[in-house]
Design a protein around this ligand. Structure first.
Ligand code: HEC
Ligand code: HEC
Length: 233
């Protein structure tokens, strides 16, 4: 069942390629062009989940066999993330649109040789189920109300009412991500530490107060809907 879903999702991604390239990014650049070419090539391929599972062995050392990452937020949860988002991020690390030594190393051509490898591993990760929030993966609850309010005012229109993201637009599922990871990504984005991020997204993060950031991260870390029914929206 989950496997059939992952395949279905991937074909939808291929259909949405042009929309992705034209709407997601405001300023094309050299790394962006190389990224988009590789994204298009990978998303057009049919994923092989058996190969994907084999390739995932290296990833499991850090992200865990079930794709949970770590509650301290050092390693993100990736299980059940949209295939388009996984591809976008993995390829981003390959082209310096996201900076992280470890991810750069494990997504290089030595580990993921070509577009087929990228598709296979992304589809496998997308097919893993997300899990309910755990007590150590959430915030302290102090800014929850403010966080939910910020979320519905400024984030819901893209990341969805349940934090489920959007497969066709490559918008990440944020629901059920570890609190500390969400907070760190927002802070790094505001500090211009994610060069692949749309400029408007960076500006939005800069507007948030530290309390609002903690609140949004806390809110999102607590919701973890089963996405099987929303994955294709
Ligand atoms: C040595 C540890 C390590 C290994 C091995 C590893 N990762 Fe990661 N991964 C990380 C860390 C740390 C981050 C967070 C990077 C950051 O903070 O920007 C990350 C981030 C990611 C993200 C971005 C998630 C998000 O929502 O922002 C994806 C996708 C990902 N890894 C997939 C993979 C895949 C697929 C593999 C195997 C090919 C892999 N990782 C192997 C440590 C690792
Ligand atoms: C216009 C649409 C849009 C809006 C509005 C928006 N986002 Fe995003 N967000 C995106 C997209 C697209 C990405 C993926 C960017 C990338 O790395 O390529 C993203 C990425 C993120 C990430 C990084 C996720 C990860 O796993 O790497 C976080 C955290 C995030 N957004 C939080 C928020 C919050 C909080 C708000 C509201 C204050 C918000 N976003 C508003 C579209 C949006």
């Amino acid at each position: 069942m989950a496997i059939a879903n992952a395949r279905h999702s991937f074909f939808l991604v291929a259909m949405a390629l042009t929309a992705f390239a034209e709407t997601t990014w405001s300023q094309p650049s050299e790394p962006r062009g190389a990224h988009d070419r590789e994204f298009r090539e990978a998303a057009a391929l049919e994923p092989d989940l058996t190969r994907g599972a084999r390739l995932y062995d290296t990833c499991a050392a850090c992200h865990g066999a079930d794709g949970r990452g770590t509650e301290d937020g050092e390693i993100p949860a990736i299980a059940g993330q949209h295939g388009s988002v996984l591809l976008n991020q993995i390829i981003g690390f390959r082209h310096e649109l996201r900076w992280n030594q470890r991810m750069r190393h494990f997504t290089d051509r030595h580990h993921l040789a070509d577009a087929q490898d990228l598709t296979d591993v992304a589809a496998y990760v997308a097919s893993l189920s997300r899990f309910p929030a755990t007590a150590k993966g959430i915030g302290d609850g102090e800014n929850l109300r403010a966080g939910a309010s910020v979320y519905f005012q400024h984030c819901e229109r893209c990341h969805g009412p349940l934090g489920q993201g959007n497969l066709l637009m490559s918008r990440p599922r944020l629901a059920g991500q570890h609190y500390a990871y969400l907070l760190r990504q927002m802070q790094e984005t505001a500090a211009a530490g994610r060069p692949g991020m749309d400029r408007r997204h960076v500006e939005l993060m800069k507007l948030l107060t530290p309390e609002q950031m903690r609140g949004v991260a806390d809110y999102l870390s607590r919701v973890s809907p089963d996405l099987t029914s929303t994955r294709n929206r």
